[in-house]
Design a protein around this ligand. Sequence first.
Ligand code: NAD
Length: 257
Amino acid sequence: MRLENKVALITGASSGIGRETALLFAREGARVVVVDVDDKGGQETVAEIERQQRKAQYVHADVSQASDCEHMVAEAEQRFGKLNVLFNNAGIMHSKDDDAVSTDEKIWDLTMNINAKGVFFGCKYGIPALRRAGGGSIINTASFVALLGAATPQIAYTASKGAVLALTRELAVIHARENIRVNALCPGPLRTELLMKFLDTESKRQRRLVHIPMGRFGEAKEIAQAALFLASDESSYVTGTEFLVDGGIHAAYVTPE
Ligand code: NAD
């Protein structure tokens, strides 16, 4: 098993990427702290893990709140004795997130508070715990839109994911000699609730699909596999990366320097 004896905390684990990753990490031997604001979904994730005779604990935490993030890390250490893997994955894509002219300041603030400040808080309280464990792996969910402009405007979301990439790079450098690795995961467009709510008509979905060389949306399970690699010791020399799992979308549009 690839995560034997490890304790992993995953935010946004009630659904999509977070849930699939929680299930996979548990199958690979990790004890998992499932964090979300959706209590019902979080408890379902835990129940599914327990059905596999593995251990998990649900913690309600809004990642945009410092005290909630402090609490989720404390719970992980209290219940399972340590923290080895921190997956800052919770995020939103608001239906009213649009171009700069049309996007309300409130939508900007909400998106930045969850998607960018939430990752900062995860690191702020998670890094001391990883230090206490002798090191560990942090994975921050960004997006391919932080590297390319998306055809459908979502300015606050894109900016928030750019912030995630920038802070990931800096933290990777700062903590490299403490045996703490910090990587960003950049999923392409996925067939999860988050994106399907945003691309809510067939024409919007087709507009996005045209740009994906593989011609299909990705699955949350495919991102979980990449997170597993970054969480495990198999990626022991990997830090500060922007790990793309995007069906080829970046390769199709990136221009050589
Ligand atoms: P999802 O909506 O299925 O899951 C997101 C989870 O985050 C939900 O369970 C939600 O309740 C939780 N959440 C929202 N706000 C929260 C908060 N303040 N505190 C704690 N939990 C909160 O979406 P997903 O597709 O699994 O997205 C996971 C991550 O992947 C997000 O950061 C998203 O931006 C990113 N991402 C998704 C796609 C995609 O196409 N779906 C592409 C690139 C990146």
